[in-house]
Write a protein that binds this ligand. Structure first.
Ligand code: GLA
Length: 385
């Protein structure tokens, strides 16, 4: 959506006024899934698609908000204890409260917002919304929170107001994204590096299964709990070591708790330890420009997410099978799982044939046209002049 259109809707809703426009993107992730809350590495980048909001402080304590995409309107008091019920406004409400906790004097404001990140596609539309308001409200209310605090405000919103115990990858990617760059983030130390991503001869393309994923209330939190159970069991065996997350555990550690943890928890942890190794393998391969190896690791991640972590679904597995059949270099579920997109590393010369084949095959089997999204790595949270 163009900012002029957003300003026009804002003027229509709020007596001809104009506000300041902010934007924040969704994200992709090359490799490193479900590693963020295990203290591991992730490899995300921001995408061109995102959320845009017009915001204007209104001098009262009331927030008046309109979501163009869902065509819903709500009002609430900025310091209200309960806040609005509708999920899309809870993100805005939660972020405002989190900023207040971090010392920003957020008052009432009027806002309209809209986005082009497909909802429930695993591209983090919710992080885009949180980051957009974290950035915009901090700017408009004279706050001085750092970009990292914006990331944490978004994550805390998920935990406290939405019920999803997510890691920090999505909000991080949305706030810190840079055009043309992927980011390798160490989720334990929070150190990160920008990585130019120009795979000569290959492209990244998402195939949206259109199976809507919903992480709040989903088994996502159960997966996280399994990982924490295993880490605690290992800590109990080794009081001399500091085991905060599975990042601190080895394959031998896992072997040693096989009889004390549930088979399911062990299976989840097996995926996470494997994913830790795969992220490192992909880093090496990227340095060498070995995209065949990157792709091989992506398929392994898919298998792990599907069989051990069990966050796939029939449709995503089918998309993965078709990619393999077509000779696509790498393909896997992207994001939390339970629906959404696959991310595919495709040779330029195979692109047209793959898109045609995957579209036709998926339509024939599920009577839905999958959405093809070419990945363009864009910028993070910003004010739009
Ligand atoms: C969701 C969460 C992230 C991360 C991914 C899986 O997108 O929000 O924190 O855990 O799933 O890698």
């Amino acid at each position: 959506m163009k900012k002029e259109v957003l300003q026009q809707v804002f003027a229509d809703k709020f007596a001809g006024q104009t506000g300041t426009v902010y934007a924040s993107p969704g994200r992709i992730n090359l490799i490193g899934e479900h590693t963020d809350y295990n203290g591991g590495f992730v490899f995300p980048g921001a995408v061109e698609q995102g959320i845009m909001a017009v915001i204007r402080p209104n001098g009262t304590d009331t927030v008046r908000a309109y979501s163009i995409d869902l065509d819903v309107y709500a009002e609430w008091q900025v310091r209200d204890e309960k806040g609005p019920e509708s999920t899309c406004f809870r993100f805005v409400y939660g972020v405002a409260r989190e900023l207040i906790e971090r010392g920003v004097e957020v008052g009432g404001f009027d806002t309209v917002f809209a986005g082009d990140v497909p909802l429930g596609a695993g591209m983090s539309s919710s992080a885009a919304l949180e980051s957009c308001f974290a950035y915009g409200l901090n700017d408009l209310f004279g706050g001085s929170v750092s970009r990292w605090e914006m990331v944490l405000a978004g994550q805390a919103t998920e935990h406290k107001y939405i019920g999803c115990n997510c890691g920090i990858m999505d909000q991080f990617a949305s706030v810190f994204g840079k055009e043309g760059k992927l980011m390798r983030l160490d989720c334990r130390s929070r150190e990160f590096e920008y990585f130019p991503f120009e795979p000569k001869g290959y492209r990244l393309v998402l195939v949206n299964s259109c199976v809507k994923h919903e992480l709040a209330g989903s088994p996502y939190n159960d997966r996280r709990r399994s990982c924490e159970n295993v880490a605690s069991a290992i800590q109990a065996l080794h009081p001399d070591r500091k085991i905060e997350t599975l990042r601190d555990c080895t394959w031998e550690d896992l072997e040693a708790v096989k009889s004390t943890c549930s088979a399911e928890d062990i299976q989840r942890a097996t995926f996470v330890l494997g994913e830790k190794d795969r992220v490192l393998a992909v880093c090496d391969a990227l340095v060498k420009g070995d995209y065949e190896e990157v792709g091989r690791q992506m398929y392994l991640t898919h298998n792990g997410l599907s069989r051990d972590y069990e966050v796939s679904c029939e449709e995503l597995d089918y998309l993965n099978d078709i990619a393999k059949e077509c000779g696509v270099t790498g393909s896997r579920i992207m994001g939390g799982g339970f629906g959404g997109c696959t991310i595919n590393l495709v040779k330029d010369e195979l692109y047209d044939a793959f898109v045609k084949r995957v579209t036709e095959a998926y339509e024939a089997k599920y009577k839905i046209t999958p959405k093809i999204i070419d990945v363009v790595i864009g910028d993070g949270s910003r004010k739009i002049d």
